[in-house]
Ligand binder design. Structure first.
Ligand code: BGC
Length: 727
């Protein structure tokens, strides 16, 4: 029987090293550690990221910092170094148990001198105590006796793809423990880690402490006979200056408190915490093993990225699992990942939205710098919520030339996306405290930005947003992108209704907030006036929306004519060339229809869906595309397209369909996949009045079951049958 909870690798394929490091990431919403091996392997990325620990760097402004390597474990078997690049690998398996985030690697290795050893490695990052992680190595010599040596500690020499961020502050070793204290170079965030090593063997164990600079190490050795097992356990604690004033004491204290509690004790608490996560978040799909495993895999990655105890961090586009986008957060969080949290783990959703609240000052600063009012959220956001989109990046095909990146300047829809997410969270949770204390300020300050960014077109008598980039980034510097315009219109109207609601339900707090942000009645009138006159590019005869002004005049190239290909339309045409044709990178009009179904007459939905589907680069464009396409296809009754795109999203990281999964998990695709199942096939839709369910299951699905939280109550959905009628 297929195990629908385990991601497995049946043999070692060095060419998939980076991809599998991403897939086998372990984490707990505080830290994420890529699935590099304990022993080093050429080309590996031995990476641990901790939420919120950013440091400056050229071009990209800021990036998550790679922590000291806690996985490192050098193994010497009767004088020979264990190394997968040498000797012979007789068997190899790796398994990630999604139920509890346990990563296990089992192998048999014959050394160059012909000695065979059976080994098992296990690791987890504790979900019960996010400052703790554990690693275990069990070795059994099969055909030799000799000395087994381990060298392991904390390697502070780690870098971020060659860039070093750490300054050394101190270190030490004591008995079977060692610790390391560092500080990031520019952002001045301290970090401390401490480890304890314990070796169990039938023979005596000798331990030495090596106080190597920036690499405190414990060296243990013991003797083993054939068939005799030696086990090493490494327990790690980790704190940063973001958690506490004195991370070093905290890390050492934590380690001391874990003394006497071995792997088993820590494991039990950890596994219990995971059990509760899955009780709340699991999605059951019967009749489609690939879909079942993929949805659990993607939920696992969302859960290990979701900050449970920190409301000053967000989730980067590649979660905590790789260097892609340097840990920066985009609209990927609010529009793609957040719904999963809002509907299953609202506490995490609240933390993520609170990050945006705390970063309102950065957004106000950005608006002011650009000559606007209110708050303009950055397209890419890191530690303090300032804009960190690189302005110029090296051209990958010609390193001597630079490419200008415009998204940070003009991809402004993110401010409405964040307001949308705040509204969605409020609607689903009715968390009044959040809305009153935080959400309202986000929504109102960003509405004020829209009002000041809108330009009056005297000739047409409407308001416009000129020189923007919509979700489809193949086209930049466009005027009146439909998504941007209509999201802004919805946002301005939402702001008005939030003001009315606040006045009615919390008059005193409302008055304080309006004073704080200097909101007057005439602001509201102006917002209303703008919303009522925003340019809405719908052809009254056909119902077709023009994605932006002049889009229909661009050359209409069929996607089919580009086949066969294994690259995006943009890399085939070049940046300027792609701007000239109608092919789009990801759903744009369809995205609008998905988020705001009420903004367009229902009769016009299909014509738009059909028109843009033919022109969307779903195979090689953005990984954000397929899940949304799947949802819209489900809603508009094209089941074949729905499933095809659902599977595309399901495979994004498991099968590395874009060839860049090594850079980290595509967090938006993971969140989009959950939405495709719940909002697409499950047919869940929400409004102020409540929720409705219009399921449309793929024909071969026998059952779809999931839970969601609606205003504090858990709702269980259990759909059966070919098209899921009834629940
Ligand atoms: C997509 C954006 C997305 C970003 C980060 C880009 O390729 O077009 O929509 O926010 O990647 O995932």
């Amino acid at each position: 029987m297929v195990d629908l909870w385990t991601i497995s690798e049946a043999s070692f394929e060095p060419r998939r090293l980076r991809h599998n490091e991403t897939v086998f990431t372990v984490g707990n919403g505080y830290l994420g550690t890529r699935g590099a091996f304990e022993e080093a392997y050429p080309g590996d990325q031995r990476t641990t990221f901790v939420h919120g620990v950013f440091d400056n760097l050229p071009i990209f402004f800021s990036e998550l910092v790679n922590f000291p390597d806690w996985l490192e474990l050098e193994i010497i078997l009767a004088g020979e170094h264990f190394d997968l690049a040498e000797g012979k690998l007789l068997s190899f398996e790796r398994h990630l148990d999604l139920r509890n985030g346990l990563l296990t690697r089992t192998l048999r290795w014959r050394s160059p001198a012909g000695r065979t050893t059976r080994m098992e490695f296990r690791r987890f990052a504790s979900l019960a105590d996010v400052h703790a992680a554990c690693l275990q190595a069990t070795l059994t010599p099969e055909d030799y006796s000799g000395k087994i040596e381990f060298r392991s500690g904390l390697d502070g020499g780690t870098d971020n793809l060659s860039f070093k961020h750490w300054d050394w502050l101190g270190q030490g070793t004591e008995d079977q423990t060692c610790w390391l204290h560092l500080r990031t170079h520019s952002s001045q965030i301290e970090a401390a880690m401490a480890v304890r090593l314990q070796v169990e063997s039938g023979a005596a164990v000798a331990t030495e402490n090596w106080d190597v600079h920036a690499h405190p190490t414990l060296a243990c050795s013991t003797d083993a006979e054939p068939g005799q097992t030696v086990r090493l356990e490494k327990i790690v604690s980790i704190f940063t200056g973001r958690d506490t004033q004195d991370p070093l004491s905290a890390a050492r204290k934590k380690l001391a408190s874990l003394t006497g509690r071995n792997w088993d004790a820590l494991w039990r608490e950890h596994a219990k915490a995971w059990k509760e996560e899955w009780r709340r978040c699991d999605v059951v799909i019967e009749g489609d093993d690939e879909a079942q495993l993929a949805i659990r895999f993607n939920i696992y990655h969302l859960l290990i990225a979701g900050p449970r105890y920190d409301e000053h961090v967000n989730i980067g586009a590649k979660t905590l699992s790789g260097y892609g986008y340097r840990g920066h957060a985009f609209w990927d969080t609010e529009i793609f990942m957040l719904p999963f949290f809002t509907f299953t783990r609202p506490e995490i959703a609240r933390n993520l939205l609170s990050y945006r609240y705390h970063n309102l000052p950065g957004a106000r600063e950005k608006a002011a710098e650009n000559g606007f009012k209110g708050a303009q959220y950055p397209w890419e956001s890191a530690g303090d919520g300032r804009e960190v989109t690189p302005t110029w990046v090296p051209n990958p095909n010609d390193r001597t030339r630079m490419i200008r990146i415009w998204t940070g300047d003009i991809e402004i829809h993110i401010s409405a996306d964040i307001a949308f997410a705040a509204w969605q969270y409020w609607t689903a949770s009715h968390d009044e405290e959040f809305l009153v204390e935080r959400g309202a300020e986000i929504i109102l300050e960003t509405a004020r930005f829209w009002a000041s960014r809108a330009e009056w077109n005297q000739k047409r008598g409407d308001y416009e947003f000129k020189d923007v980039i919509g979700p489809d980034e193949y086209h930049d510097h466009v005027d009146n992108n439909a998504y941007t315009n209509l999201m802004a219109r919805w946002h301005l109207r939402l702001a008005r209704s939030i003001v009315d609601w606040l006045k009615e339900h919390h008059p005193a707090k409302a008055a304080r907030l309006f004073e704080k942000i200097d909101l007057k009645e005439d602001n509201l009138e102006r917002w209303q006036q703008i919303a009522d006159h925003i340019y809405r590019p719908v052809n009254p005869k056909t119902g077709l929306i023009e994605q932006f002004e002049g889009y229909f005049k661009r050359k209409d190239v069929s996607l089919e004519s580009l086949e066969p290909r294994n690259e995006s339309a943009q890399s085939l045409f070049g940046i300027d060339g792609a701007n000239e044709v109608q092919i789009i990178k990801q759903p744009d009009v369809a995205m609008l229809m998905y988020l705001l179904p009420g903004e367009l007459e229902p009769a016009y939905a299909k014509v738009n869906y059909d028109y843009y589907t033919e022109r969307t680069d779903l195979t090689f464009g953005s990984s954000l595309g397929p899940s949304i396409q799947a949802i819209m296809a489900t809603r508009l009754g094209t089941p074949g397209q729905a499933y095809e795109n659902f599977i595309r999203a399901a495979r994004a990281d498991l099968e590395d369909v874009r060839g860049n999964a090594g850079d980290g998990i595509h967090g938006a695709s993971a969140g989009g996949l959950w939405q495709a199942v719940v909002f697409g096939f499950g047919g869940l839709q929400i409004s102020d009045e409540g929720w409705t369910l219009t399921p449309k299951l793929p024909a071969h699905w026998k059952r779809l079951a999931f839970k969601f939280v609606w205003r504090g109550e858990e709702v269980k959905v259990d759909l059966k049958g070919e098209d899921g009628a009834g629940h």
